[in-house]
Write a protein that binds this ligand. Sequence first.
Ligand code: CP
Ligand code: NVA
Length: 307
Amino acid sequence: MKRDVLTMTDLSVEEVRELLRAAGECKRRRAVGRKALDRNIVALVFQKPSMRTRVAFEVAVLQLGGSVVYLGQEDIQLGQREPIRDVARVLSAYVNGIVIRTFAHRDAEEFAAYARVPVVNGLSDLMHPCQALADLLTIKEQFGRFKGITLSYIGDGNNVLHSLVEGCAMLGVDAVVATPPRYRPDRAVWEGALRLAKRHGASLRWERDPRVAVRGADVVYTDVWVSMGKEAERRQRLKTFRRYQLNETLLRHAKPGCRVMHCLPAHRGEEITDGVMESGRSLVFEQAENRLHVHKALLLMLLARKK
Ligand code: CP
Ligand code: NVA
């Protein structure tokens, strides 16, 4: 049966661990799976712009011996020119796998429900599981473990945070989240992550004050204050999030050697300072590189094994 990965919880803890192991192997040996996607075609159906997700998936497919078709919003006009379920069924006859980037998460779910080939979420308004997988690989590389690591996230309770708290909870990373009260994470996602954290012996809590949230942090993570699709709220958001900037002063409250993460693209001077981005604490380019390796591992898991 075909498998979709729209959220971290579409994977079991064992599968996440295995994916990270396989991604590490892909990173060490570029030739891993060189022909695994021979004669496979993967479509990228993107409603929003992308650099990392698009390029890292395209390169991953090519390095595994497959081919890619990129379909941007202008090409398909998903849900406008014709219904999502029709696009999903037609594309399934042409390609072997699909990566989709949507606004509404339910659009990705509808697409996956009608597609007959595996569908991967390359970001929706609710989730960004491919990013969380790369972030977990980066944490593992840095610290050699998940248990006993504390990650603090400062900023917007958004898609990147949702997948990150799910991933941390699954692997036992303790997480503290500071957002303005109005921008707390989605309630259902948060409650699910709390249950996962309990099951896997991790802690997860919300704080209003970013200085309290970063106390004892091994890693401090942030993301943009204005996600794609939220541009109309920009002025209000910049005002509300001002106290939540990841800067040198805030980092004085974290562990002395703490590292800094950001999924990119970053808006220097908004959610993070240029100094912090460029400092030796920053892991942002490791995270970005790891997107390629986790995409390869994911494609191998979803497309290559059934052969
Ligand atoms: N981090 C990330 O998903 O970047 P893109 O939007 O450039 O794909
Ligand atoms: N939260 C951001 C992530 C971009 C990779 C957005 O959705 O625009």
